[in-house]
Ligand binder design. Structure first.
Ligand SMILES: *Cc1c(COP(=O)(O)O)cnc(C)c1O
Length: 364
């Protein structure tokens, strides 16, 4: 397949007709950990599964294409991708990061900083981030939109500022997915995803991915992954590929549902503030009466009270005690992640059923 096809076509044809020996339409699931060498001194290209696996290789090719990168590397989780990447950075690296991050990323960054390994400068807004980038900066790390405050950063502007100072830019593109944003085309050097979320889409695979068009970065990541082994299992690679094929359909339906829900929330007297960027399935909102949060969460029937996001089932999360618990309360409050905030991950159910579910608890 050429690289000129549109996203839906690439997704629908992911792995199709890649097994020339049998003509299997769907890319086979290869469990074998080792591969027979045709002769002494020869290799089929596959030797041992930590290094390379055919099921994973087909998935990686698709993931690189949809993020418009030259290379992709899948890992056992989103956090494994983050740690694999940062473990390759020299000790003493200076990192400028967005403050409003996935709680687990912040937790790991904090721990590295406490060990004296890296130093971080956190910034709340795009202009602050650009102002914080200097010749001392080695890497810039951000999620856009941010999590859970849904603030968008201009990747192009940040990449220009970072590159002018010789720094590399890493974007966690989990929330928008390649359906709404291709950070590589905007100047990002590395893109990271928790593929556990939208890419797989069914809340049944834990996976991560790193994409880059920088051959040196890719070679280092490949070397480090082969050395340390945070790879994705073949079975999970297969499941991720299967889920990936409907990414665009799922994302579009989630967006359509989210817009209808936002319209409802914005006029509800029980809601103070609705944070939504206009695309994707993630909505945060602040309730007028914080004391009603347990009642709201317990009363929902269609929404499930659970962590995570990006699946076909709608979820509600209370970031203060779930995803962002590891960020100290005074730090959270200082940048607007207050205790009256709820986060929704909108799935592909019927919009009216979702709205009625919220109405029942919010206007009780
Ligand atoms: C979930 C998540 C991660 C971590 O990924 P895991 O697959 O859970 O390890 C990183 N970044 C964002 C934005 C996430 O939502």
């Amino acid at each position: 397949m050429t690289d000129d096809y549109k996203l839906e076509t690439i997704l629908a044809h992911a792995g199709v007709n890649t097994d020339k020996t049998t003509g299997a339409l769907i890319a086979p699931l290869h469990f074998s950990t080792t591969y027979q060498h045709p002769e002494f001194g020869q290799s089929t290209g596959f030797d041992y599964t930590r290094t390379k696996n055919p099921t994973r290789a087909v998935l990686e090719e698709t993931l690189a294409k949809i993020e418009k990168a030259d290379h992709a590397l899948v890992t056992a989780s989103g956090m494994a991708a983050l740690v694999l990447l940062f473990n390759g950075f020299p000790a003493g690296s200076n990192i400028v990061a967005a403050r409003d991050l996935y709680g687990g990323s912040f937790r790991w960054f904090n721990e590295q900083e406490a060990r004296g390994r890296f130093s971080f400068t956190y910034t709340n807004r795009e202009d602050e981030m650009i102002a914080a980038i200097s010749d001392e900066t080695d890497y810039v790390y951000l999620e856009t939109p941010t999590n859970p405050l849904m603030i968008e950063f201009d990747i192009k502007k940040i990449a220009q500022a970072a590159h002018a100072h010789g720094a590399k830019v890493i974007v966690d593109n989990t929330f928008y997915s390649p359906v709404y944003q291709n950070p590589i085309t905007l100047g990002a050097d590395v893109v990271l995803h928790s593929a556990t979320k939208y890419l797989s889409g069914h809340n049944d695979v834990l996976a991560g991915v790193l994409m880059t068009s920088d051959k040196d970065i890719y070679d280092k990541l490949f070397y480090d992954q082969n050395t340390t082994g945070p790879t994705l299992s073949p079975f999970d690679a297969y499941l991720l590929m299967r889920g990936l094929k409907t990414l665009k359909l799922r994302m579009e339906k989630a967006t359509q549902n989210a817009k209808a829900i936002v319209a409802y929330l914005e006029q509800s007297p029980a809601v103070k503030d609705v944070l939504y960027t206009g695309k994707g399935g993630m909505i945060s909102f602040k309730v007028a009466d914080e004391d009603r949060i347990p009642q709201i969460i317990n009363g929902l029937q269609v929404f499930t009270f659970a962590e995570s996001l990006g699946g076909i089932e709608s979820l509600i999360t209370y970031p203060a005690t779930q995803t962002h618990l590891d960020i100290p309360a005074e730090v959270r409050h200082s940048y607007g992640l207050t205790d009256d905030l709820l986060r929704l991950s909108i799935g592909i159910e019927d919009a009216e059923d979702l709205i009625n579910d919220l109405k029942t608890v919010l206007e009780a």
